[in-house]
Design a protein around this ligand. Structure first.
Ligand code: NAP
Length: 286
């Protein structure tokens, strides 16, 4: 059986780092604060929000929630976002997306000031990830992959990493973060040919497709480390599952992050660490 790369220990280590930052901030009279923006009551959002609030409370980070009914106007939403941008007591802003279809997503996500964009959704934050500049923050899920590899002391220098998925939330930014660590990165997507050949040659396989259990053992090799970012609901089995067909793969690779209990358990810890970092940067405390 492969080593299980569990998210809990990773999240705890990040939490301890955050608490140190919070203590430094509090010594300087600063209370790190996250503003959460949610439209409607989508189950995924509400559950993530609950997890994020719990993590904030454990770490000493304040939360201000901006919750809107489904019929909120784009203008009202935008003005609240601008208030949070201008408010010096708010250090990080998280907007649950997708926003309603009638909203101009590009305008709204790019209106978040990069220094407060703790989930790295604005173009400027992403430009920072691509240019190695501290413009904003990397998307939390992409950063969580790096935190997990670091925590389990999985070196990246010179390693062949295949990333399956090229979204702006995960695939592309995580590829850049891996490249920054001197990995050799192959980015794959739905039009890639011979995906099993590319994937099965990789030392590390990062799966972020959202296609439930599509990765079976034909994509793997016995020395491989798999980070499964996907989260899907399997109706038949009535449980959450990842991109990886876990039972088929687990005996045939060296290590694997489970779903649930893997990357998903790390993202809120990274989010909180970004809020703390945003407050430290703003106040030039290091
Ligand atoms: P997305 O925007 O739908 O992107 C999926 C990517 O996978 C696309 O680039 C797509 O290729 C590629 N893909 C789809 N089917 C494929 C196939 N059969 N073969 C190869 N590539 C394929 O999804 P996302 O937002 O990146 O999210 C991906 C997964 O991560 C989802 O399950 C999501 O729920 C999960 N997620 C997890 C966390 C966490 O905290 N763990 C956070 C966010 C998201 P094309 O570009 O060619 O279409």
């Amino acid at each position: 059986m492969a080593e299980l790369l569990k998210g809990k220990a990773v999240a705890e280590a990040i939490g301890l780092r955050s608490i140190e930052g919070v203590n430094q901030l509090k010594e300087n009279g600063i209370s790190p604060t996250l503003a959460l923006f949610r439209v409607g009551n989508r189950e995924d959002d509400v559950s993530y929000e609950r997890g994020a609030m719990k993590r904030c409370a454990e770490t000493g980070v304040e939360v201000i929630r901006y919750i809107f009914d489904e019929d909120v106007s784009e203008e009202e939403f935008y003005q609240s976002l601008e208030d949070a941008n201008r408010n010096d007591a708010i250090h990080g802003i998280l907007v649950f997306r997708p926003l309603p279809k009638r909203f101009n997503d590009e305008k709204l996500r790019n209106s978040i000031r990069p220094e407060k964009d703790v989930d790295g959704c604005s173009d400027l934050s992403l430009a920072g990830v691509f240019t190695d500049k501290e413009l904003g923050f990397a998307p939390c899920t992409a950063q969580s992959v790096i935190e997990m590899l670091d925590r389990y002391q999985i070196g990246l220098k010179g390693k062949n990493v295949a990333v399956i998925g090229r979204s702006l939330v995960i695939g592309k930014p995580v590829s850049m973060l891996l490249l920054k660590r001197n990995a050799t990165v192959t980015i794959c997507h739905s039009r890639s040919t011979d995906l099993t050949a590319i994937a099965s040659r990789a030392d590390i396989l990062v799966c972020a497709t959202g296609k439930a259990e599509m990765i079976d053992r034909s994509y793997t090799n016995p020395k491989q480390i798999i980070i499964d970012v996907g989260i899907s609901w399997n109706d038949e089995k009535q449980k959450l599952c990842g991109d990886v067909l876990f039972d088929d793969v687990a005996d045939h690779v060296s290590a694997i992050s489970p779903v649930p209990g893997g990357i998903g358990s790390v993202t809120t810890a990274v989010l909180v660490s970004h809020v703390v970092e945003a407050a430290l940067r703003k106040n030039k405390i290091k």
